[in-house]
Every structure is written in structure tokens, then in C-alpha cells.
Ligand binder design. Structure first.
Ligand SMILES: [Zn+2]
Length: 453
């Protein structure tokens, strides 16, 4: 049985689902928000903070790729592209041991917490040993990811990835993909193991992730989605123009068009990237209720393209954000890049806000809601939700109020994360994770070995 621990936070301001409120007292019991009082008086033992917000889910991560952050920014002999980046990524993936992955994931999840993320959706596909054989425990690598989540205190939504082919039409996988590949039988065994792993971790959730339309054939897509057990279903889609033209060559349909015609896409689905869509595809996808899992920093880094955000949001589409390749971990940076890419494309300002509304607030509120839906976990400062919150430090901008604070946090540089709580436990204090030194020492030893081997 869980130990019953109880604590209370008192904030001068808090962003609740109903909007801004003053003098908010949040009572936390056993990791869950037990009560929220507004216009309240603090009790003598309350912790005091200036402003608290809901923490956010990071809906798309490949943890091992954090090891290559900044190491693929040298131009090759000809034009560089996503596909040459992917070759570097495969080489990295083939060198990492389970210990290496755990050390890198721990550093990454610590950085996510420091950035204001309280949950990670780990789109986990580095499953097998470097020679492609299964580890004796088929979930060895998933256990290392889960160990990193537990060590840092971040909530985990584990999304085991089914990956079987190298391209449309069921082509054989290539050598560099050997650590990712499963049959439907071995994937089912992996899912069983992951289900019991997740059941042992407070607040953890399980979903499923057919990697992409390149990596699964239609029968496999349906078989894998039927293994979701009611959890979320994530898939990479329409990230690159080559993928769109290859999909058309294979099926005469564009990737999102094909998926909407052939799979039961609904609000349990999260379509990662969905960058290249026609207006019709964009409106159709919005109507399904599926989340668009946007990774604006990675999409910019890889030269993917720009998500049709204005049309999607006008049609009632829901979005969340992820850090994908983990080249840079920044919650406000992802939201800024999302809005700025729209501005550059449309030559307009404040694109992803309602008329008269704050862009920063709309981005944060949308991404909190979309991230929660995509990761199968409620969020927001509300009774019964996990006590996942952050406080901001306004020392440099004490003159700001309400939405100005959010706009400044997203677009300027005077607001910093102060504390982050996950399940009521304070994992970040004054901007630093409570176990930063130990986690970082292990990461540096691992990186020295990986990069200089
Ligand atoms: Zn991805």
C-alpha cells in the first residue's frame, strides 16, 4: 500500500483549467491533487510559490538519440538530408549497450523534468542486442528505459515499437535496422513483458507504436493496433516528402490519406509529425480527434517541413509536442518553434492564438491537453489528477501579470523554471534536478566511451 503523504502548496497565481486564479492552495495526498482552493489563505506549513502551472507531457522521444545531440551537424560531401542523418543515427544505435541506454535516458529524462515536462512518451524501438539477436529478456531495453524514468521521477508512457520492414510494400529490413526488428510473435511477447513492467511503476501507462507505414504492412498495422489494450496508438507519418512520394508509388494515396482510409483512426491515435498533408487530409485528420504529435525543434533540425498548423487548429484539431531526436530539450523552445514556423510560412504574427488571445497561453493549454490525451494520463491542476506541476521564477520580470508571463516565457528570456513536481514529489529545485550530479557523472562517462571509442 502507498504511504499516505500529504503536503500543500500555496501560490500567488495559478493557471487552473478554468483560467488564472489568485491565492491558490493545492493539497496533495499520495501524489494526487486532493483539493484546489482559490482566494484561499495559506496554512503555516504551506510551501509558498509565485506562480504555478500544470506540467506537460512530452509525447514523442527516442531516448538513445540524446547521445548524438549536436554530433550530426557537419555537412557531408553532397546535400545533406534526413536520410543521411538517419545513417549516422543507425551507426550510433548499433554501438549502445543496455547500460549506455540507461545512462543516456537518465540524463535525458532529467533534462526533460528541468524543462517542465512531467511525462515522457517513449517511442521505443532499440530492442535487441547489437548483433540483432534478442536479449534473453526480450524487454531488457524497455526495462532500462523504465529504470531511467524511475531514477529521475518522470512519468512514463511506454510505446513499444513494431518495426518489420525497410520500406513500403514489405521490403526486407536493412542491416542497420537489425536491433529494431520483430515478428508479430516476438512483438506480442515483448508487449506481454512490457505490460507487466508498466504495472509495477506508479503512474506508468502502456501504448503501442507501429513505427511508420514504411516499416509495417497493412495486416501488421491492424494486428499491432489490436494489441494496444485500450492504450494510445502512435505512428510516424508524412514526415518527409520522399515518404509521401514513395507512399503514392506504393498505394496511389498519400500517407495520411492512406491511414485515414485504412485504419480506425480516432482520439486514441497520435500521428507523429503529419507534416505533409493537403488541406483535405488536414481537415479529415482534425475531424478524427487524433492528436498531431509535433516535434518542432527536431522537424527544423532535420529539415522536415512545416506542419499546417493554422488550418489544422481552425478545424478543431488537437496538438501536443515531443522532443523526438532529443537534439535540444526545451518545452518553451518547442512551442516557440511551432509558432515561429507558422509565422515564417504565412508571413503573419500570433497565428496559433484565438483573436484577442495570448499566443503563449494558447500554445501551453493546447499542448498540456494534447499531451495528456496522447499519453493516456490526465493533466492540469485539478482534483484527482496526478500532482504534476511547475513553478516559474519571476525575479527578472516581477512587473508581468497572467498571460504576459506565459508569452514572455515562450518568446523571451526572463522567466525560468523554478520547481517541478511529479506525483507531488519535487524533482526539480531552483531549476536543477535533485539528482543532477550523480546522473550527469554517469552520462559523461558513457559519452566519453561512445564518442571517443
Ligand atoms: Zn520519431
Amino acid at each position: 500500500m502507498k504511504e499516505l503523504n500529504s503536503s500543500a502548496l500555496f501560490a500567488r497565481k495559478a493557471l487552473l483549467p478554468s483560467g488564472w486564479h489568485d491565492n491558490v492552495r493545492v493539497l496533495v495526498e499520495s501524489g494526487t491533487i486532493a483539493s484546489v482552493s482559490t482566494d484561499a489563505d495559506p496554512a503555516p506549513s504551506d510551501e509558498h510559490h509565485q506562480i504555478i502551472l500544470p506540467a506537460m507531457g512530452n509525447l514523442h522521444s527516442h531516448a538513445f538519440q540524446r547521445a548524438m545531440a549536436g554530433l550530426a551537424e557537419t555537412r557531408g560531401p553532397s546535400d545533406d538530408s534526413f536520410w543521411s542523418w538517419r545513417n549516422v543515427m543507425y551507426r550510433f544505435a548499433l554501438t549502445m549497450s543496455p547500460d549506455d541506454v540507461e545512462a543516456v535516458a537518465s540524463q535525458l529524462y532529467m533534462e526533460m523534468l528541468e524543462a517542465g515536462f512531467s511525462r515522457v512518451g517513449e517511442f521505443h524501438y532499440l530492442h535487441h542486442s547489437p548483433d540483432g539477436n534478442h536479449y534473453s529478456n526480450i524487454a531488457e531495453m524497455a526495462e532500462r528505459v523504465a529504470a531511467a524514468a524511475s531514477a529521475t521521477g518522470i512519468n512514463l508512457t511506454l510505446l513499444p515499437v513494431f518495426y518489420a520492414h525497410s520500406d513500403f510494400g514489405g521490403l526486407e529490413p536493412v542491416e542497420g535496422q537489425r536491433r529494431f526488428i520483430n515478428s508479430l510473435d516476438s512483438f506480442e511477447r515483448l508487449m506481454v513483458a512490457c505490460r507487466s513492467l508498466v504495472a509495477k511503476i506508479d503512474g506508468a501507462e502502456l501504448g503501442v507504436a507501429p513505427h511508420s507505414l514504411r516499416a509495417v504492412i497493412p495486416q501488421e498495422l491492424l494486428a499491432v493496433t489490436s494489441m494496444s489494450g485500450g492504450g494510445p496508438i502512435h505512428i510516424h507519418i508524412a514526415e518527409q516528402m520522399k515518404e509521401v512520394s514513395d507512399c503514392i508509388a506504393w498505394s496511389s494515396a498519400r500517407p495520411v490519406e492512406w491511414l485515414l482510409d485504412n485504419a480506425p483512426v480516432d482520439q486514441r491515435w497520435c500521428l507523429i509529425h503529419a507534416t505533409h498533408m493537403t488541406e483535405i487530409e488536414t481537415a479529415r485528420m482534425a475531424r478524427t480527434g487524433a492528436i498531431a504529435g509535433l516535434c518542432p525543434i527536431t522537424e527544423a533540425n532535420l529539415g522536415d517541413g512545416i506542419f499546417p498548423g493554422q488550418i489544422f487548429c481552425e478545424q478543431g484539431g488537437r496538438v501536443g509536442i515531443g522532443s523526438d531526436s532529443n537534439v535540444l530539450i526545451s518545452l518553451n523552445g518547442e512551442l516557440r518553434q511551432l509558432e515561429y514556423s507558422q509565422r515564417l510560412r504565412l508571413q503573419a504574427r500570433n497565428v496559433l492564438a484565438a483573436p484577442g488571445g495570448s499566443t503563449g497561453r494558447n500554445l501551453i493549454v493546447s499542448a498540456v491537453r494534447g499531451g495528456a490525451m496522447a499519453l493516456n494520463a490526465e493533466s492540469g491542476i485539478e482534483v484527482h489528477n496526478s500532482a504534476d506541476m511547475l513553478s516559474l521564477n519571476l525575479t527578472e520580470v516581477p512587473y508581468l501579470e497572467d498571460d504576459e508571463i506565459l508569452d514572455h516565457w515562450i518568446f523571451a528570456d526572463g522567466v525560468a523554471i523554478d520547481n517541478v513536481w511529479v506525483q507531488g514529489r519535487r524533482q526539480v529545485v531552483a531549476g536543477r534536478h535533485v539528482a543532477r550530479d550523480k546522473i550527469n557523472r554517469r552520462f559523461l562517462t558513457t559519452m566519453q566511451k561512445l564518442v571517443r571509442r
